[in-house]
Design a protein around this ligand. Structure first.
Ligand code: UDP
Length: 492
């Protein structure tokens, strides 16, 4: 039989990741996934993000994957040169400026697409102009929001039932409500601030106009019932092709993901190598969350009281680096660092940690996380159970999936839903509550059961991305689908 030349012809795909590590890292891994299947991929971003991506993409074949840059409108939005990512901004006001800059990228990206139109645009839902651009140029587009489909369908159910506005069904007590007609019984007692809820609902409504949604998760974790629920209530197709982090196989590939590590990879590995299996607690709250000093102090007291070994990642605000004793004593008990270094009990990483590398080390027994979806799905891909401490965004919904639905984590008990993760909090999670959650997950019968479920999901995640697994099949089906769409359009 003659090979079908059109079907063999690779796709030309343009990816537009949003300007924040939590969005850029997974979408670039997904771009690499398409390139590894012989499709021609271009990632469009701004100059300083290219520096960030070059290391991350070093294992991709440059024949199939290239970068195209458009200038970031620094002057127009009032940011210093080189500040082009929400991950490197010192405060919420600068993050808003990054967002305004991202809105202004519409024009230069449209100019580029007009000259070099792809077969499909795959863009982050944080660019509010994506549909307009795709419709104008008559190019199919796939949306990416970086959430699990469990969370997206929960948000959709809440949106179509106007629950955040009425919030009156009090079957479960005052101030809390059960999400109706959802495949799982979910009771919400914390709800997002109105501004955030409105923003997310608006973005989700827009992304439904795309040709489909790319999900950085595997079908087994979201569950078939959730996938069907989403497709039923939205008539939109979701493509599960993750976990994206599992594309990184060697220690080096894992260490190269994201920003330059603040700690020597060798030092971090040899420290972990000196520890027993499941003995280390890893604490990291993502790339944008900043906990107030008094909250960090409570965490430090809890870790020390628990007696467990730990790696604790503490972000440093750009331009506000201060490691003086005076500054340290605001968030660490006196002598904490010295004591723990002397006893070889813990590592504090100030700045960026090689998270995927750390999570995949057998010494790591639990992950205290803010439940950003990347962190959650990276933990699942490494079989590490979680202590969940949601702060902002959609993180409280992710916590529901991790703890109540899949039973692979325990809640620390956070209830305050913030707007950005930067601001001061009203409620403090106290040291004894934190210590209790740590003990629950590090030792005892319950911990063994939760760990065993986490390891089952790790196995399912690995199988999903292997040949014949659910995510691999979805990726191949999506590529075929896009080729069919391209070929049918060329006949029009
Ligand atoms: N990350 C990392 N090292 C750090 C902090 C974050 O590698 O020190 C990575 C993490 O592995 C994940 C991403 O940054 O891929 C954070 O995304 P997530 O959705 O968890 O949280 P966000 O930063 O968007 O709140």
């Amino acid at each position: 039989m003659e090979p079908n030349v059109e079907v063999e012809r690779p796709l030309k795909l343009h990816f537009i990741p949003f300007l924040a590590a939590g969005h850029m890292i997974p979408l670039c891994d997904i771009a690499t996934l398409f390139a590894s299947r012989g499709q021609h991929v271009t990632i469009i971003t701004t100059p300083s993000n290219v520096q960030f991506l070059t290391k991350s993409l070093s294992s991709a074949d440059p024949f199939f994957l290239r970068l195209h840059t458009v200038d970031f409108p620094s002057q127009q939005v009032g940011l210093p040169d080189g500040v082009e990512s929400m991950t490197n901004t010192p405060d919420p006001a600068s993050s808003v400026k990054i967002y305004r800059g991202a809105v202004l990228l519409h024009e230069p990206i449209q100019d580029f697409m007009e000259k070099d139109p792809p077969d499909c645009i795959i863009g982050d839902f944080m660019f509010p102009w994506l549909n307009e651009l795709a419709t104008k140029l008559r190019i199919p587009n796939l949306a990416f929001n970086g959430f699990s489909l469990f969370t997206v369908s929960l948000m959709e159910s809440i949106r179509i039932n106007h629950l955040l506005h009425s919030n009156t069904d009090s079957e479960s007590g005052s101030g809390s409500f059960v999400v109706p007609n959802f495949p799982h019984r979910i009771t919400l007692s914390s709800t997002p601030p109105k501004v955030l809820a409105g923003f997310l609902e608006n973005m989700l409504e827009k992304e439904l106009k795309s040709n489909g949604l790319i999900v950085n998760n595997f079908a087994e974790l979201d569950g078939e019932e959730c996938i069907q629920h989403y497709e039923k209530i939205t008539s939109h197709k979701a493509w599960h092709i993750g976990p994206a982090s599992l594309i990184r196989r060697t220690v080096q590939e894992k260490a190269d993901r994201g920003q330059e590590s603040a700690v020597s990879v060798h030092e971090c590995l040899s420290w972990l190598n000196s520890k027993g299996d499941n003995s280390v607690l890893y604490i990291c709250f993502g790339s944008v969350c900043h906990y107030p000093a008094k909250q960090l102090y409570e965490i430090a007291c809890a870790i020390e009281a628990s007696g467990y070994e730990f790696i604790w990642v503490v972000p440093v605000k750009k331009g506000k680096e201060d490691n003086s004793e005076e500054e340290k004593e605001k968030w660490l008990p006196k002598g904490f660092e010295e004591r723990n270094i002397e006893k070889n009990k813990g590592l504090i990483i100030r700045g960026w940690a090689p998270q995927v590398m750390i999570l995949s080390h057998p010494a790591v027994g639990a992950f205290m996380t803010h439940c950003g979806w990347n962190s959650a799905v990276e933990a699942v891909g490494a079989g590490v159970p979680m202590i969940t401490w949601p702060v902002a965004g959609e993180q409280f919904y992710n916590e529901k999936l991790i703890t109540e639905v899949r039973g692979i984590g325990v809640k620390v008990g956070a209830t305050e839903w913030c707007l950005t993760g930067f601001e001061e909090r009203e409620k403090l999670v106290t040291r004894d509550v934190i210590e209790k959650a740590v003990r629950r997950l590090m030792n005892g019968e319950e911990a063994i059961q939760i760990r065993s479920r986490a390891q089952e999901f790790e196995e399912k995640a690995r199988r999903a991305v292997q040949k014949g697994g659910s995510s691999e099949k979805n990726l191949l089906a999506l590529i075929d689908d896009l080729k069919r769409l391209r070929d049918s359009r060329s006949l029009e």
